[in-house]
Design a protein around this ligand. Structure first.
Ligand code: AMP
Length: 368
């Protein structure tokens, strides 16, 4: 199997959501085909791919046929069962590789990995039972946040522990799943770095992005983040350290908290702690489709194809990306009429509450 793809080759993508759809579109622009593997029948990515397989992630015969039909395998979500990734990796290059999946699927492994690299996170404790939870709350105080180790996203599998919270009921409420308790980080901003590492070890990152969440779901991203230059440089350096430690190939997203902490002279300086990493293209990087020379989707395709990375330079003084969640997408006609608004709809039939239906990007000629 060639390390480097040629135009006309096929990229296999696990997962058929909007991230897969935007990856497939970027691949097509570069003359590469995509084959989507997903268990659901109605996938946004199916509208735009050359081939599809509808099968469960543990269907070994389907995985084998998929691997044989593609030249490289990537994914649009990190909760790929380990056995699925191993089976595919024995047949085709899987990029990013298994180390990236292992480091991002389990919040405890992720935090241990980051701290071993000397990267600051929230303080945390492993919680296996109600007794361990009581001890951990005693050590980290309240408020603190209990999160299941695996399969949490958009605030799911996550509870804030406050004064008076019933710890036993909270632990049972998470199904008694192995969890971690995190000390509350009094952040002033949440930011992310969308970075890329190529097969040749080249590294590139987009401007640090500032993110606002509503109901635990990303609502708005703005770039460049309004943070000090030293803080932005530290965020980029952190992403690079993580990418190099994982011998990473593709787009890596790193979500960080910014806090104001006193230095040795008592002066407040912006300090970063990593919240989580995602081994894939990321919602907070969607602005790059309309405002960067090479988008995060093209960049991921270039990296996993073994091609040179593109430039991450931004157009415009600033850019804002707003998610269209649930019924927000009903405003598409007004957005279409707005000069300069770039509308993206994901082709999902049903606008359920909390469901990401599309996004709109506005490239600004002032700094926001
Ligand atoms: P997560 O699923 O870990 O990304 O958490 C979702 C959101 O909850 C984050 O974007 C923060 O707004 C908030 N959050 C999570 N962990 C912490 C923490 N340790 N301290 C303060 N806020 C947090």
């Amino acid at each position: 199997m060639a390390e480097r793809l040629s135009p006309g080759d096929t990229i296999g993508i696990l997962g058929g959501g909007q991230l897969g759809r935007m990856l497939a579109t970027a691949a097509a622009r570069l003359g590469l085909k995509t084959h989507i593997f997903a268990p659901e029948t109605d996938n946004p990515a199916f509208d735009v791919c050359a081939a599809k397989t509808v099968a469960a992630y543990d269907n070994e015969a389907a995985l084998q046929a998929f691997a044989e039909a593609v030249d490289v395998v990537t994914y649009e979500f990190e909760n790929i069962p380990a056995h699925t990734a191993e089976l595919l990796a024995a047949l085709r290059p899987v990029r990013p590789g298994p180390a990236a999946l292992a480091a991002s699927q389990d919040r405890l492994t992720e935090k241990d990995f980051l701290n071993d690299l000397g990267i600051a996170t929230a303080p945390y404790r492993s919680v296996e039972d109600a007794g361990a939870l009581a001890r951990a709350v005693g050590e980290l105080g309240r408020p603190s946040i209990l999160k299941t180790r695996r399969l949490g996203y958009d605030g799911k599998g996550q509870v804030t522990i406050r004064e008076g919270s019933d710890l036993g009921a909270i632990f049972r409420g998470l199904g008694g799943a192995p969890s971690i308790l995190e000390g509350f980080v009094p952040f002033t901003k949440e930011v992310s770095v969308i970075a890329a590492r190529g097969l040749d070890g080249a590294f590139a990152a987009y401007d640090v992005t500032e993110n606002v969440h509503a109901n635990h779901i990303l609502s708005v991203s703005r770039a460049p983040a309004k943070i000090d230059a030293d803080c932005a440089a530290a965020a980029m350096a952190t992403a690079r350290k993580i990418a190099e430690a994982l011998d990473y190939i593709g787009i890596l997203a790193v979500e960080l908290f910014v806090t104001d902490e006193p230095d040795e002279n008592g002066r407040l300086v912006q300090t970063i702690r990593v919240n989580e990493i995602a081994p894939r293209v990321h919602n907070s990087g969607h602005w790059t489709l309309d405002s960067a020379i090479c988008s995060q989707f093209e960049q991921h395709i270039r990296a996993i194809a073994g091609w040179p990375l593109g430039t991450t330079r931004r157009h415009g003084a600033a850019v804002e990306m707003r998610n269209l969640i649930g019924d927000d997408a009903n405003a598409y006609d007004a957005i279409l009429r707005e000069p300069g608004a770039c509308l993206h709809l994901y082709g999902k039939a049903e606008a359920r509450p909390g469901r990401k239906m599309g996004h709109v990007t506005r490239v600004l000629d002032h700094d926001g």
